[in-house]
Design a protein around this ligand. Structure first.
Ligand SMILES: Cc1cc2nc3c(=O)[nH]c(=O)nc-3n(C[C@H](O)[C@H](O)[C@H](O)COP(=O)(O)O)c2cc1C
Length: 465
């Protein structure tokens, strides 16, 4: 990978076995060794030694520069879809501001030679507190984005939540993840569609391809008012992007053949250069031959069916029973922000929560996920793991969320930007940078492990005590 040390010194060094090169190949011992020595110093050494050999990191180590460079690599549509948020972007701003408002209060002289940043979630040990958020339509920045991210996550020991809106079927993404590391941990993220039969099929497929939990995203029963996309009048799904879970599904195919959920008032068709380009994009992405798809009209019909059934705004708490009865996997709810909803979730037998506002893409002017976290934790009272995403931009941010009580934290947009910049090497570098900065923040703040990252490590919490 481009930012691993090219110097013979590095290869000859006693801890060469702990180099990310080895970790990138999915070698579990290598991840373990990096963990013992500390992700931080290891990563710094790799970057600085690469500098001696003349190469700079492929992915900038701070989020601002990363985002700016990624923007220059992306189409206007991809940037709008990935970086954009709901309305005026106030929730996105709130997410980042909530992290900035919290301040770490470091402690000194605590013997930090051995640090261990691992966490335990649902009985499984993770090398670091990070997971990769489900991000749909990664093909907008990389033709094989889902598989590439799966490989990078596996190589870095970062659990992956596969998106319901991926551009490759979950079986293919799972295979890429297992090939990179046989015991790589992955969960499946579900959008509850209008067809329960389809929901059941997705969940069964997820179980069959080795996903170890189902994460139901609740905050997207309607698409948010995404101004950047609206201004470009551009939605990837209409071009057949990000619907591979559907087109690869036997129940979806059955619904398609039956012309189920047909629209009684179809939108009038306007044939011009733009609509032909959209048709070509649909044909290119639909499984099967281009010509057969053109003759059957299937590609367009699949997009139309998807737009009609992808979400169910009528979803209620009582619907969760349907899912509970159909999977033996743990169920987590993503998008919980109110303490009462957290309580209800536990009453309905779910095994975990992800506090999230979808990266500010759904409701504008909403509470920051980090500000919602304490209320949710208070309601849950340690009875289920509480994960958090939305606004996490660094390893130091992760430390703050853990100090407030999160069990693990999700990386979202940052890895999509790294993917746009440098593919798999970029995503691996990004995950390693977060792991490294988290390790260094932990050590420099006087903590040796997750148990020592307590609320009083934050200045405001100490003041409240
Ligand atoms: C481009 C994009 C696509 C996303 N797709 C999904 C998705 O398919 N399913 C889902 O549950 N969340 C999705 N999310 C939300 C993320 O899982 C996560 O909650 C969010 O990115 C966290 O905010 P951050 O990126 O600002 O850190 C998406 C986010 C982005 C930016």
């Amino acid at each position: 990978m481009p930012d691993s040390p090219a110097s013979p010194d590095a290869a000859a060094s006693p801890d060469a076995a702990a180099s990310p090169d080895a970790a990138d190949s999915g070698n579990e011992n290598a991840v373990g060794a990096a963990q013992m020595q500390g992700f931080g110093p290891q990563r710094q050494r790799d970057i600085y030694l690469a500098g001696v050999a003349g190469s700079a990191p492929v992915v900038p180590t701070d989020f601002g520069v990363l985002a700016e460079q990624a923007r220059r690599h992306m189409s206007a549509e991809a940037w709008a879809y990935i970086a954009g948020g709901a309305g005026r972007g106030q929730t996105m701003a709130n997410n980042e501001a909530a992290f900035a408002r919290r301040q770490i209060l470091p402690r000194m002289l605590r013997d930090l030679g051995q640090r261990n940043g691992s966490v335990t979630v649902l009985g499984q040990r993770w090398a670091s507190p990070f997971f990769a958020c489900p991000i749909g339509v990664l093909e907008m920045v990389h033709p094989d984005g889902d598989r590439v991210v799966a490989r990078a996550a596996a190589a870095c020991g970062v659990p992956l939540i596969l998106s319901n809106q991926a551009s490759a079927p979950m079986e293919a993404v799972s295979a890429a993840s297992s090939a990179a590391k046989p015991d790589a941990l992955r969960w499946f993220q579900l959008y509850w569609s209008k067809s329960n039969e389809l929901v059941e099929s997705f969940v069964q497929r997820a179980e069959a391809c080795g996903c170890q939990a189902i994460v139901v995203t609740l905050d997207t029963t309607l698409l948010g008012w995404r101004t950047a996309d609206l201004n470009l009048a551009w939605l990837p799904f209409l071009r057949g992007m990000g619907i591979a879970q559907y087109t690869s599904d036997p129940v979806f195919q059955k619904l398609l053949a039956r012309n189920a959920f047909a629209d009684e008032n179809p939108a009038p068709r306007n044939i011009n250069a733009s609509s032909i380009a959209v048709l070509l994009a649909q044909l290119r992405r639909h499984p099967g031959s281009w010509w057969a798809n053109l003759r059957s009209g299937e590609a367009t019909k699949a997009v139309q069916l998807f737009t009609r059934i992808y979400s169910r705004p009528t979803l209620e708490w009582s619907d969760l029973r349907f899912l509970r009865e159909r999977t033996r996997l743990p169920i987590l709810l993503k998008g919980i922000q109110h303490p009462d909803d957290a309580r209800k979730a536990l009453d309905h037998g779910v095994q975990g929560l992800v506090v999230s506002n979808h990266g500010g893409r759904q409701v504008d002017g909403a509470i920051a996920a980090l500000d919602a976290l304490p209320g949710v934790l208070e309601a849950v009272r340690g009875n289920a793991p509480v994960l958090l995403d939305s606004g996490l931009r660094s390893g130091a941010d992760a430390f703050k969320a853990l100090a407030l009580g999160a069990d693990a934290v999700g990386i979202g947009r940052p890895f999509a930007y790294a993917l746009a910049l440098a593919g798999q090497a970029g995503v691996e570098a990004l995950f390693q940078n977060f792991q490294a900065e988290f390790d260094l923040t932990m050590g420099l703040s006087g903590c040796r492990n997750r148990e020592e990252i307590l609320p009083q490590m934050l200045a405001e919490m100490l003041a409240d005590m």
